[in-house]
Design a protein around this ligand. Structure first.
Ligand code: ATP
Ligand code: LTN
Length: 338
């Protein structure tokens, strides 16, 4: 029987905290797991990206391992997918330089995430690395000829830049120079909000009380959900504009149980927000319990984690070397065989 080759998915998460949060899980990681049965998947702990926030070296080393362990604990299968650490594959940095040379300064200046982060840090602290972050991200994606990129809504503009750059390479150097990627964003979980500020996205850099971490213990999870900000009303209804806090809780509840939001709304008619919060706390605790346990097991066995990341590095290099060679050659560079 003739078998179509599988399309490729690529994505990455930065090792910028000791635990991923529910936004990372529902917005990205859960899609990664689902895609494994139908795509050729490549997933990365993007440590070069994390350097843009100048982490302490010891913390970075620890977080790379904790992040990789959480990918595995959530269901990334290292025998089926490629799981690797970005800095161990030099083609990411090499391709970034080539892409830098075809990216307009104005084009990069329009990235809203850069503008937001730069405004927070202040002009003195902003580095060229932070400015170049979206180009490095485009290099990650193009180095694997990725067809789809599963991410949360906040990454849409960055994926759009990757598409623009891939199209530009094809126009300049001929079709087939780069694969044009597509964002894969699941509408219902594209943006999970902070529990204390339901108009801001849940972020690793937010206030701890607004975040649910995958590695939080049950008591902390319960406390944070019970004190989540909701409006002063009592009726459970789906209204993201008037009741953003409640809508966020309903979206999380629905995503973790598979029950449509409308069914949940009906189920809580005549009940108080407190009932919904208590039930949701249990749902989240049970959903995260196995991830927390498996992460701890993986961190207890450093040599197994090393083996998995080593195997991933070899597979990732195998793909990225070939793609980089093809693109670099079209630029007119004499590419050395590895
Ligand atoms: P920070 O907010 O500190 O920049 P982060 O929490 O966004 O970091 P990343 O490594 O930048 O973490 O994101 C990893 C993935 O998780 C991306 O695909 C991103 O779109 C997704 N993601 C992050 N936060 C959310 C969220 N609140 N809702 C949905 N998806 C999210
Ligand atoms: N910028 C992304 C993380 C990231 C990424 C990637 C996601 C870096 N390289 C390649 C998808 C594909 C973020 O979530 N902040």
């Amino acid at each position: 029987m003739f078998c179509m080759p599988r399309l490729r998915a690529f994505s990455g998460i930065q090792p910028t905290a000791d635990s991923l949060h529910l936004g990372n899980y529902l917005g990205a990681l859960r899609q990664w797991i689902d895609l494994q049965s139908s795509y050729d998947c490549v997933y990365s702990v993007v440590d070069l990206h994390a350097l843009t926030v100048t982490p302490d070296p010891e913390a970075l080393r620890r977080r790379v391992r904790v992040t990789a362990a959480q990918f595995l604990a959530a269901g990334v299968d290292p025998d089926q997918s490629v799981l690797f650490v970005q800095s161990q594959v030099p083609q990411h940095s090499q391709l970034t330089w080539l892409l830098n040379c075809v990216t307009g300064f104005g084009e990069a200046s329009r990235m809203t995430q850069f503008k937001d982060k730069a405004a927070k840090i202040g002009e003195q602290g902003v580095t060229v690395g932070l400015f170049d972050y979206p180009v490095l991200m485009a290099a990650d994606i193009l180095a694997y000829d990725a067809h789809v990129v599963p991410v949360g809504e906040d990454q849409r503009q960055h994926i759009e830049l990757s598409r623009t750059l891939a199209n530009r390479l094809n126009a300049r150097f001929g079709e087939g120079t780069a694969q044009v990627p597509e964002a894969l964003i699941i509408k219902e979980t594209a943006r999970i909000f902070d529990l204390r500020e339901p108009n801001a996205k849940m972020s690793k850099t937010g206030h701890p009380a607004g975040i649910i971490e995958l590695l939080d213990d049950p008591k902390t999870i319960t406390k944070r959900i019970k004190s989540a900000v909701t409006d002063s009303g009592t009726e459970v209804a789906w209204d993201p504009v008037a009741k953003p806090g409640l809508a966020n809780l309903l979206a999380i509840y629905s995503a973790l149980t598979g029950q449509p939001v409308q069914t949940l709304v009906e189920q809580y008619q005549g009940k108080l927000y407190g009932h919904l919060k208590a039930d949701l706390a249990e749902v989240v605790v049970e959903a995260l319990r196995p991830i927390r346990r498996r992460t701890a097991d993986l961190l207890d066995d450093p040599s197994e984690l090393d083996r998995i990341l080593d195997q991933g590095k070899d597979k990732a290099r195998g793909i990225a070397q070939g793609v980089y060679g093809r693109i670099a050659e079209r630029f007119g560079l004499a590419v050395q065989e590895a």
